[in-house]
Design a protein around this ligand. Structure first.
Ligand code: NAI
Length: 480
């Protein structure tokens, strides 16, 4: 029986390994982590992450061929294939701070693999890493190997949170990069044999190590660039009276462009896009390519611009001050169907409004009060480090209350900001909300999910990103 061990039981390690266990009953999969609470949660009825369909997959395999454990060394020692899916955050200090990937967690995992291994192993990079990381990992492993042979493969993960299980069941492609030596090719084949149990052969792409590593960074950069492109257009639409939904539909019908990922919004978030682009920018700089690095940096600058543009619209529309006004925030997760708040645009929007002394009442169907308070007090980039390295007991932000109901959030509020596209926000009783709000009552729809005309009929002043502006908003221009 092939034994797989995955180091890192996070958003990637957990779902990916659960699907491998489900689809490959003859493979034994152990997911290990240094975080005791995380592993306890994976072994309980309350999994540590919310992802549609994940519960069922875990329930079917857990205790049969899927195990979650904190006994990292034992499972690594026993495994034939070791996936490494630890976090690779942006460095906060030292050389490359604010841009380069922090490989501390990766390096310590690699050293531990070298320490505990007693048999040859395939080590798979599942985390997103800078190009050439495999070379560094190879050096760590071979210099400490005691004669044991390691083959390094790059197998970046392309799942999207919120649709992770579907993406894993039916991936557009699985990418496996390895050395172009006979041993490297043999290792590629061994991993291919695992995926081939449910993924059609023509969707399993094999490349050299560096192409696989770079493809993941490139894919995220291209995806984020589409969002920043449409968001840049949304600003121009507002200035000219064009409607960004009509523009993106017209643009997306071109088969060379395609319709997906062209929705204007308050900005992209999630743990990967910004981190991976910063990483790409840093790699370009290190390779003496300042023009290329400037090009990709612009994708992040537009994203930041879009968030501050939104805040400015809110403040400018409300007579240039939100001090002491109650503003309801609907949605805090970085997108619907996940409880993940890493780099969510809601953090920057809320901080911007708090900076103008607003009182916020926040409702999200999946995010806890504790998480929201933590996010609003944390320094940029601290979120992706383990709890013990994060600032000591973040104080709560007194102007913020977190409630468990959209109507409670909006009671007596002056404005509603929709920051996540949760389906339930589409079918709220906006008349009921309006009746219980201060007047004039505003809706700032950062995801374009409401029917603005209906809201206007109720009496709201409405701002939808990239749509023709209400007369009210035209008279109160927001300069970003
Ligand atoms: P995560 O933060 O949810 O999980 C990482 C886990 O690794 C944590 O539970 C942490 O305790 C554990 N860990 C760290 N060092 C360890 C060690 N030495 N031994 C054992 N466990 C250790 O991170 P997530 O979101 O799963 O991401 C992992 C990697 O996958 C990152 O490189 C990310 O860029 C990449 N990725 C993430 C995607 C996502 O949607 N979240 C999608 C595709 C790739």
């Amino acid at each position: 029986m092939v034994k797989i061990c995955c180091i890192g039981a996070g958003y990637v390690g957990g779902p990916t390994m659960a699907v491998i266990a489900l689809k490959c009953p003859s493979v034994e999969v152990a997911v290990v982590d240094i975080s005791v609470p995380r592993i306890s949660a994976w072994n309980s009825d309350q999994l540590p992450i919310y992802e549609p369909g994940l519960d069922e997959v875990v329930k079917q395999c857990r205790g049969k061929n899927l195990f979650f454990s904190t006994d990292v060394e034992k499972h690594v020692c026993e495994a034939d294939i070791v996936f490494v899916s630890v976090n690779t955050p942006t460095k906060t200090r030292g050389l490359g701070a604010g841009k380069a990937a922090d490989l501390t967690y990766w390096e310590s995992a690699a050293r531990m693999i070298a320490d505990v291994s007693k048999s040859d192993k395939i080590v798979v990079e599942k985390s997103t890493v800078p190009v050439k990381t495999a070379e560094a990992i190879e050096k760590i492993l071979t210099h400490n190997s005691k004669g044991i042979k390691f083959q390094i493969l790059s197998n970046p993960e392309f799942l999207a949170e919120g649709t992770a299980i579907q993406d894993l069941f039916n991936p557009d492609r699985v990418l496996i990069g390895g050395r172009e030596t006979p041993e490297g090719q043999k290792a590629i084949q061994a991993l291919k044999d695992v995926y081939a149990q449910w993924v059609p052969e023509n969707r399993i792409l094999t490349t050299n190590l560096w192409s696989a590593e770079l493809s993941k960074l490139a894919a995220n950069a291209f995806l984020a660039q589409r969002i920043s492109s449409v968001n840049a257009m949304s600003a121009l639409c507002e200035a000219t009276g064009a409607d960004v939904a009509q523009v993106s539909f017209a643009v997306g019908t071109d088969s060379r462009i395609g319709p997906k990922f062209l929705n204007a919004s308050v900005g992209f978030g999630g743990s990967c896009f910004q981190k991976d682009i910063l990483n790409l920018v840093y790699i370009c700089e290190c390779n003496g390519l300042p023009e290329v690095s400037e090009y990709w940096k612009q994708v992040i600058k537009i994203n930041d611009y879009q968030k501050s543009r939104f805040v400015n619209r809110v403040v400018a529309s409300m007579f240039n001050t939100v001090a002491n006004k109650k503003i309801a925030i609907l949605g805090f997760a970085f997108k619907k169907d996940t409880g993940d708040t890493r780099e969510t645009p809601a953090i920057d929007v809320c901080k911007g409004l708090l900076g103008d002394k607003a009182r916020l009442s926040i409702y999200d169907p999946q995010v806890t009060e504790d998480q929201i308070q933590r996010d609003l007090t944390m320094n940029k980039f601290d979120w992706d480090h383990p709890l013990h390295l994060q600032p000591m007991s973040p104080t709560t932000v007194k102007q913020v209350s977190v409630v468990w109901d959209a109507y409670e959030a909006t009671r007596d509020a002056h404005a509603v900001c929709i920051l996540t596209e949760w389906d339930e926000f589409k079918s709220l009783d906006y008349q009921r909300m309006y009746d219980n709000m201060q007047k004039p009552a505003f809706v700032f729809d950062g995801r374009n999910i409401t029917n603005a005309n209906k809201l206007r009929e109720i009496g709201f002043i409405v701002y939808s990103i990239g749509k023709p502006l209400d007369a009210w908003l035209k008279d109160m221009p927001a300069v970003a």
